[in-house]
Design a protein around this ligand. Structure first.
Ligand SMILES: *[C@@H]1O[C@H](CO)[C@@H](O)[C@H](O)[C@H]1NC(C)=O
Length: 514
């Protein structure tokens, strides 16, 4: 490994969407730059899937073992299981000693797999998830500005502007300061008042470049069964002004205007933004993806393809509604209209009546599963539609396969993304009647619609949407979605815009020579 002269360290939070994108980026950078070695710290429960992500990018045929040797994926602690909240703390706290060992050019060991990694040159760049506040601080403390830190963002640009950007660009302003002020005023702890401050709305119109204008409450179309985003938000509030650059998993081919606005915000802060997305495995959208051992799903997809034909299935993965009868109503409508479906409900809050589950099973029309291989399903010829909460990765994965969407957004970047997909890109239909709570039931700015908040209204809407997607409107949305399949492939081709951005990132931090 004598020609190695650059070492990138990646640190993430325990969120699969963020991890997936990072794995593809690592594999791609290392594959194409022989001077790079990468060390990737992954929470223990995502190690195996990370290996698979990297393999999906490298491809089965990649014979060059030297490439794999330069991608060093390991955990910094062991744990058998846990969710985002449980695993965030050990992920953050165990980082420091590993980073220190790398700085001292010492060998390291994965405590989960027992894999030893030999000593290599000290890190020359750290790419840290923009929510990884503790890792950011630990890195700065140990290596100051000698080792630059790039913040990695996996989300829609418009929402990053809203949540963390300056007010001049449509941002809410400095959330951390607002939370501190409210804590002071009420004598409560910042964690106690955080969600309230974040979700405070006044009916003001929010204007962000590249997406439709929306009332501020439209960013909260659903009552959430959980809270606790505040520690991540305040971490991002600290990292973004202090980092040395930003790498975005989004693409100019997807949301140019919002990204241009984001770029200008960071230019004001003297930082460059590199939009390298979408970060999907090589050949995605054209090659079938692996079912990753989900035999039942695979059998169902093949059977549906034979029985119902191409583009016949709707695939759904949504958060869990606080009105579960809305979800039941959607499933009832799919059964009634004989619309085959695969429905994933990974949410720990999910539960469906046994009687309905039995009826779905007996119908042969639907498969309901706790876990589904999303990229496999989206890349399958039987899949026609994606009912999605519209997180950034899901949208990239759907459009990357040319699959149009039915949107059921909940929080974070999802509501603005859904408005963008439906109003500007014309690749999706948004369900409006599924909205819940006081904010969710207020009128929409873009069309004045007021959701009724009843199961009956959900039933009428979903049946209309099913008819619509099976008609001329559906064809139109599909044609538009399919144009992204080509665009997303092009951005990473030679001279493609995302490839150039990745190259610019490496050059900026002197990881490759000009
Ligand atoms: C994005 O917008 C800028 C500024 O309007 C323009 O110069 C550029 O060509 C656009 N890029 C894409 C990929 O549409």
């Amino acid at each position: 490994m004598s020609q190695l002269d650059s070492h990138i360290v990646f640190t993430v939070i325990p969120a699969y969407g963020h991890i997936r994108a990072v794995c593809i980026l690592v594999a791609r950078l290392v594959k194409e730059n022989r001077n790079l070695v990468a060390t990737v710290f992954i929470p223990p429960n995502y190690l195996d899937s990370s290996f698979l992500e990297v393999e999906a990018e490298l491809g089965q045929s990649a014979t060059d073992e030297a490439i794999r040797k330069r991608i060093r994926i390991l955990s910094t602690f062991s744990a058998s299981d846990g969710n985002l909240m449980d695993l965030s703390k050990p992920t953050a706290e165990s980082y420091t000693s590993y980073y220190e060992a790398l700085v001292q050019e010492k060998p390291i060991l994965c405590p989960v797999k027992g894999t030893p990694f030999e000593a290599v040159l000290a890190p020359t760049l750290v790419i840290a998830d923009f929510f990884a506040g503790t890792q950011f601080e630990a890195t700065r403390k140990l290596t100051g500005h000698r080792v630059p830190i790039v913040a990695a963002i996996t989300a829609h640009a418009s929402s990053i502007i809203r949540l963390f950007g300056p007010e001049s660009h449509g941002g809410i302003g400095d959330l951390s300061k607002m939370v501190e002020a409210e804590a002071e005023r009420t004598g409560k702890k910042p964690e106690e008042v955080g969600d309230e401050v974040l979700q405070a709305t006044s009916g003001k119109v929010v204007k962000i470049a590249g997406i439709p204008d929306m009332y501020d409450y439209e960013y909260f179309p659903q009552v959430l069964p959980f809270s606790g985003a505040i520690p991540f938000m305040t971490a991002a509030n600290k990292i973004l002004p202090a980092c040395d650059g930003v790498v975005m998993a989004s693409s100019y081919a997807f949301e140019n205007e919002s990204l241009q606005s984001m770029k200008s915000w960071f230019a004001d802060w003297n930082k460059e933004l590199f939009a390298v997305g979408p970060l999907l495995p090589a050949g995605y959208g054209f090659a079938k993806q692996s079912a990753r051992g989900a035999d039942e799903v695979e059998a169902f997809m093949e059977k549906a393809l034979k029985e119902y034909g191409e583009k016949s299935i709707s695939f759904g993965t949504i958060f869990w509604s606080t009105r579960p009868e809305f979800i039941e109503e959607v499933l009832e409508a799919l059964l009634e209209k004989k619309f085959p479906f695969v429905f994933a409900y990974a949410s720990p809050f999910a539960n469906l009546p046994e009687e309905l589950l039995q009826r779905v099973k007996a119908s042969g029309l639907g498969l309901i599963s706790k876990w589904t291989p999303q990229q496999y399903i989206l890349s399958h010829p039987a899949t026609g539609w994606f009912l999605s909460h519209c997180g950034h990765n899901s949208i990239m994965e759907s459009l990357g396969c040319g699959v149009p969407l039915i949107c059921w957004p909940f929080q974070a970047d999802q509501p603005a993304a859904a408005a963008y997909l439906t109003e500007y890109l014309n690749v999706a239909i948004e369900l409006i009647e599924v909205r819940t709570g006081e904010k969710g039931l207020k009128p929409l700015l873009r069309n004045g619609r007021v959701p009724k908040g009843t199961r009956e209204a959900v039933g009428i809407e979903i049946r209309e949407v099913i008819d619509l997607v099976r008609g001329a409107k559906g064809d139109e949305l599909r044609r538009n979605a399919e144009s992204f399949k080509i665009k997303f492939a092009e951005v990473w081709e030679e001279n493609g815009i995302s490839r150039k951005e990745a190259q610019a990132l490496l050059e900026k931090f002197r990881l490759v020579k000009h």
